[in-house]
Design a protein. Structure first.
Length: 249
């Protein structure tokens, strides 16, 4: 027997939307109590739909739906709180954050902690002058919440505290392993790893190191999937500044 679930006035954000049939669309949503899910919004692209200006990414919403299968049906939506406006690098970074959630979260797995940090990050992106620092903080907390927490304070084998002057290679699913060399995409000093763990992203060298580390760690956990928004943002920065390595993402 199919069970029908009716959800009313649930805090939510739209992560992605795509056309469905003539005037409808399918929404990928993150909600506070029900995690990530997909909803069909019937007639929402029609010229007379009252939802046309509401169903947008980054807009804090209260959503209602009926769930009879993996794909639910939206029954209502309204703006919850002040609208959030993103532009430029912040807008592209917001799409990057959305893509991360779409790839790393399972459907129907409640993650209220991730919902909260997502909302905080979107609000921060709207006002920050340091988009890269905002993204690094989100990535570190997201990795922790989904079970891939970074080890930034002790050696993998010995479990001893990191030594500031020692170089370490950060190995996926293990953490820092002492090495004698200083070169390599995932080689960092103990001092630099600890600084990343302390979120000292007002220091440019620490922020660049965090970007390098998190780019590799996230790519590993994505299993080779390329994030379109990251590529667009990196290409944009390289076009602006020929020597740029795309440090925003």
């Amino acid at each position: 027997m199919t069970t029908t679930r009716r959800v009313q006035q649930q805090p939510a954000f739209i992560l992605h939307h795509r056309p469905f049939r003539d005037s409808s669309q399918i929404l990928d949503v993150i909600s506070h109590d029900h995690g990530r899910l997909a909803l069909v919004a019937r007639g929402s692209r029609g010229a007379k739909s009252r939802l046309r200006g509401v169903l947008r990414p980054f807009m804090p919403l209260s959503m209602s739906w009926v769930q009879r299968s993996d794909l639910g049906t939206l029954t209502g939506a309204e703006i919850r709180g002040a609208p959030i406006s993103l532009s430029g690098d912040a807008l592209l970074s917001g799409f990057y954050v959305n893509e991360l959630l779409l790839h790393l979260l399972h459907r129907h797995d409640p993650q209220p902690g991730i919902f909260d940090i997502y909302g905080q990050t979107i609000q921060a992106l709207a006002v920050t002058k340091n988009v890269a620092a905002c993204l690094r903080q989100f990535e570190i907390e997201l990795m922790r919440q989904v079970g891939y927490a970074l080890n930034l304070n002790h050696e993998f084998d010995s479990q001893e505290a990191l030594k500031p002057a020692q170089n370490y290679e950060y190995r996926f699913e293990q953490g820092p392993v002492p090495v004698s060399r200083s070169d390599g995409a995932l080689v960092f000093s103990g001092a630099r790893l600890m600084a990343i763990g302390e979120l000292r992203f007002d220091e440019p060298d620490v922020l660049r190191a965090a970007n390098r580390l998190l780019r590799e760690v996230i790519a590993f956990h994505l299993g080779g999937k390329e994030l379109k928004s990251r590529k667009v943002l990196v290409d944009l920065h390289r076009a602006r500044i020929p020597d740029s390595k795309g440090e925003v993402v």
